[in-house]
Design a binder for this molecule. Sequence first.
Ligand SMILES: [Zn+2]
Length: 133
Amino acid sequence: MGIAPNWRLRKQRYALVGEVCPECGNKIFPPRDVCPHCSEDARVPFQFSGRGEIFSHTTIYSPPAGFEEYTPYTVALVKLEEGPIVTAQITDVEPENVQIGQKVEMVTRKIREDGAEGLITYGYKFRPVLKVA
Ligand SMILES: [Zn+2]
């Protein structure tokens, strides 16, 4: 149909879709088609819950070009419920209130805006879970 690559890219940007290894059952993110645990083919899509906890974090005061207006912001390694660790920006919380072990959930947010063209890039970030469901 010609839309598959786009569909896959969108899925990765707006939801945490990785893969599950049919051989050893490990969950994989980002998808890489080969299991990092047992090196078998792993191409079965797996939708992650988007929930996890902060494994480590750092606050960025000197950002890469294009991100200046967003500083300071916090980037963390988030350990997902299913096991993999992803790097993501933390939102909806002051940098000094981010803590290791804090429960977080994925949200879709604006990542950056290119002033000249008004191009807005969306992607996932994580925010603290306010209430435990
Ligand atoms: Zn495996």
